[in-house]
Design a protein around this ligand. Structure first.
Ligand SMILES: C[S@@+](CC[C@H](N)C(=O)[O-])C[C@H]1O[C@@H](n2cnc3c(N)ncnc32)[C@H](O)[C@@H]1O
Length: 221
């Protein structure tokens, strides 16, 4: 028992990844290819993928939404966990990054189950609502530009059903969120959203010290 998370040394992190994660072969290859990308640090960790897959499985998710795809690792983890009748709507603005995602989703046999929409997520999310998808999703993951986080949260809250989950990545904002002087123009945006969610009666929450901070919200209702 401990009141604080045990410090994650390199050795302990290796142990965690070796003993706490079951990646599919396609996931492993995607992660290894992405490791050579100039923006590799944007990819979620295997242990976060495992948690997201477990949460999707726990709530019997069949409809998932992702805001921020990159090379497709997190979408792959969740889509795999949902089974044959699962469908995932994936939103990103970058055609190059998501070309890799499309390739690996196809290799995993998931091309027909994942719909990729390219464009600014602000517009894509508004379009999903206009199409009548409010309350249609079981789980949503927010992992795109931090400037849009509050807008993405509000859209996802409308698009997820009562009892569904919204996962928000990077709520530690590169570990800077608690520093007295915060760097970066988006740190105040993330901080304001963290404060808002802490007091938001529409959701039950837990902020986890996983990766760069992962906040899990369950929509009440
Ligand atoms: C941190 S990465 C996502 C990582 C991904 N979830 C994974 O597991 O590998 C952020 C992504 O958000 C996308 N993005 C940035 N601004 C966006 C916007 N306004 N609308 C949609 N996507 C955006 C970027 O192109 C990038 O692929």
């Amino acid at each position: 028992m401990s009141a604080r998370p045990t410090a994650l040394t390199d050795a302990l992190h290796d142990y965690l990844q070796a003993h706490g994660v079951r990646e599919s072969e396609v996931q492993r290859r995607l992660r290894e290819e992405t490791a050579g990308h100039e923006w590799a640090l944007m990819q979620i960790s295997p242990e976060q993928g495992a948690l997201m897959a477990l949460l999707a499985e726990l709530i019997g998710a069949r409809r998932a939404l992702e805001v921020g795809v990159f090379t497709g690792y997190s979408a792959l983890a969740v889509a795999q966990a949902m089974g044959a009748d699962g469908r995932l709507t994936a939103l990103d603005i970058n055609a190059d990054y998501t070309e890799t995602a499309r390739r690996y989703w196809a290799e995993a046999g998931l091309a027909e189950r994942i719909e990729l929409r390219l464009g600014d997520a602000r517009e894509s999310l508004a379009a999903l609502r206009a199409e009548g998808r409010e309350g249609a999703y079981d789980i949503a993951f927010i992992d795109a530009d931090k400037s849009g986080y509050d807008i993405y949260y509000e859209h996802c809250l409308a698009l997820v059903r009562p009892g569904g989950l919204i996962l928000i990545d990077n709520t530690f904002h590169m570990g800077q969120i608690a520093e007295p002087v915060r760097w970066g123009e988006n740190a105040p945006v993330v901080d304001a959203l963290n404060r808002k969610i802490r007091d938001d009666e529409r959701v039950t929450i837990a902020m986890l010290p996983l990766g760069d901070g992962l906040t899990i919200c369950r929509k009440r209702g």
